[in-house]
Design a protein around this ligand. Structure first.
Ligand code: HPA
Length: 276
């Protein structure tokens, strides 16, 4: 089965089971999955119950879709995502994003846990993603282009929507939530970076580093979605952090940041749902 056939098969299966039409798709990163428990749930679907769907193996990632209403806005929440380091191809890793688009989602709200690179950043802070560097991972658009999905050479000059970012900034100011801004760089993982790599990323203009989001954003732009993204800075990046990095630290930071994160995301979704 090629990527297109796999996507079509997943779509047929999911649309037979789920009648819900989301406006916003929300991807929850490491440690941030609890947000899905706060929405008015209509339907859920485990990734494992969708034949051919890539399933997350990472601890801290639940692995299911939650469909429902957040502040009255129809949302599809991905509680857990798949990563390339789990041995999925970049095309497989973005299949869920394309599927959510087929289900009707027009807006993609990405979240992740990331290492902080920007000087002055602290663990537990949030960063609004304004742009990204994906040059260290293969493109999810490699291979025959799916013309029905998007063009061969899609424009990436505004991956993260200025309109959505304006809304999120306003929400953060009103709720008194400190919000940094910056460029997200994706690495293949699963090893955390070396201090020399972090110095390189800083020179290249990156403010936070993670292992997931950039390829998802590329696939989402390709299929015409409007995107925003928030990183939870779970740790200072290697060489900046005074101690070795662990996944436990990343999950713990997510748990601690959860209440503020929830507020920021919920209010942003409410406002985005009202906009246009
Ligand atoms: N590096 C890469 N990915 C991450 C990090 C990090 O420091 N923290 C959370 N995800």
């Amino acid at each position: 089965m090629n990527v297109k056939q796999q996507l079509e098969a997943c779509y047929i299966h999911v649309s037979e089971k789920i009648s819900f039409q989301p406006k916003i798709a929300l991807v929850l990163g490491s440690g941030l999955g609890a947000f899905a428990d706060r929405i008015d749930v209509v339907e859920t679907l485990d990734y494992a119950d969708i034949p051919g769907f890539p399933v997350s193996t990472v601890e801290g990632h639940a692995g299911r879709f939650v469909f429902g209403y957040c502040e009255g806005v129809p949302v599809a929440v991905m509680q857990g995502r798949v990563h390339m380091y789990e041995s999925y191809s970049p095309q497989e890793a973005v299949l869920p994003i394309r599927l959510l688009r087929l289900l009707g989602a027009e807006i993609l709200f990405l979240t992740n846990a990331a290492g902080g690179i920007q000087p002055g950043m602290k663990a537990g802070e949030f960063m609004l993603i304004t742009d990204q560097i994906s040059s260290f991972v293969p493109s999810p658009l490699r291979g025959p282009n799916m013309n029905s999905v998007g063009v061969r050479f899609p424009d990436m000059s505004e991956i993260y929507s200025k309109r959505l970012n304006r809304i999120i900034r306003k929400i953060a100011v009103n709720a008194d939530i400190p919000l940094k801004e910056g460029v997200y760089v994706q690495t293949p993982g699963p090893a955390y970076e070396s201090p020399a790599e972090i110095r390189m990323f800083r020179l290249l203009g990156a403010d936070a580093v993670g292992m997931s989001t950039a390829i998802e954003a590329i696939a989402a732009r390709h299929c015409g979605m409007e995107i925003c993204g928030i990183s939870c800075i779970s740790n200072l990046a290697a060489g900046i952090s005074p101690h070795p990095l662990t996944h436990e630290e990343v999950k713990e930071a997510g748990d601690k940041a959860a209440p503020m994160f929830e507020l920021l995301v919920r209010e942003s979704i409410a406002e985005i749902g009202k906009s246009e």
